[in-house]
Design a protein around this ligand. Structure first.
Ligand code: ADP
Ligand code: MG
Length: 222
């Protein structure tokens, strides 16, 4: 479903991704594990089209992405849940989720709301649809962000450090919810520096150190 081939990216002549290749299949969770500065956020931003890359390929559902034009055609195929959730503060939970289906996919409000309610049920937040983000806990905001990303029905869902702002209880909740989407056949890519979380969730762990893939034994997260 998601395939990354020899991806390279430099900032100011310093190469931060030095040829990264891996694959995450349908219904699989891939975790990219590495310490701070390893290049994880850059990698996920390239995959999401938020950052250009210098060479290599990103293949989603057999469609190859090499440049920003290819990226435009991919809109909606890759969902992203940001570290700080990035919800629209002036919109209710329901409006946060229906915004993109209406504006990007041209769905009617009624149709978009039906999709949103189904998704809110899936993240166990059906009763919060009329709340504003500030009325929700961090864990709840994150689940709204997941519902919002999934409203465009992406093939691949990406998370940047999903556990970094959560306590233990919310970590198990997010694990449960991510598994629900996996079981529905989505390919999931999680960026993390949390070994316990990664080992519990991953079908496949991709270890990254200073912009290259390494073996488990060569990784040092301390
Ligand atoms: N926009 C940027 N401009 C210059 N350097 C950057 C930029 N973004 C990231 N970097 C550098 O790339 C390296 C990898 O960063 P990042 O991908 O954020 O790592 P991680 O998410 O694993 O902590 C770091 O050395 C960082 O300083
Ligand atoms: Mg990061």
């Amino acid at each position: 479903m998601l395939k990354v081939v020899d991806l390279r990216k430099s900032f100011n002549n310093i190469e931060v991704l030095k040829g990264i290749s891996f694959e995450v299949k349908e219904g699989e969770i891939g975790v990219v594990l590495g310490k701070s500065g390893a290049g994880k956020t850059t990698l996920i931003r390239c995959i999401n089209g938020l950052e250009t890359f210098d060479s290599g390929e990103i293949i989603v559902d057999n469609i190859e992405i090499r440049n920003s034009d290819d990226m435009k055609n991919m809109r909606g195929q890759i969902g992203m849940v940001f570290q700080n959730f990035n919800l629209f503060p002036h919109m209710t939970v329901l409006e946060n989720i229906t915004e993109a289906p209406i504006k990007v996919l041209g769905k009617s409000r009624k149709e978009a709301e039906k999709i949103a309610i189904d998704l809110l049920r899936k993240v166990d937040l059906e009763d919060k649809k009329d709340d504003y983000p500030f009325q929700l806990s961090g864990g709840q905001q994150q689940r709204v962000a997941i519902a919002r990303s999934c409203a465009l029905m992406p093939k691949v869902l990406c998370f940047d450090e999903p556990t970094s702002a959560l306590d233990k209880e919310n970590i198990s909740k997010i694990q449960e919810i991510i598994r629900r989407f996996k079981d529905n056949g989505m390919a999931i890519l999680i960026i993390s520096h949390d070994i316990a979380f990664s080992k519990e969730m991953a079908d496949k762990i991709i270890y990254i150190k200073e912009g290259i893939l390494v073996d488990e034994k060569d990784i040092d997260l301390n």
